[in-house]
Design a protein around this ligand. Sequence first.
Ligand SMILES: [Zn+2]
Length: 95
Amino acid sequence: MRGNHVPLRTCVACRTKGPQRDFVRITRRENSELAAGTSREVGGRGAYLCRRLECFEAGLERGGLEHSLKGRGSESSRAELLAWARTEFASASSA
Ligand SMILES: [Zn+2]
């Protein structure tokens, strides 16, 4: 049998594990701005969230991200991220 190893990531909100493509990488920059994306030029600490609005809400509001990123992002960047998630994952949510 051939091993077909895919590195797994863990959502910091719901702890679901899966391949990286199922997640959005969140990074916190030195100026404490949070950014979503997989761009390699975004340095700093990263954490993963499912592509689901509820995980963004949980991660941003209940502090899962804060814990993983060793710091809270600025209020404006958290609001921005949440707004982005609401647009991006709107269909997955039953508000
Ligand atoms: Zn999740």
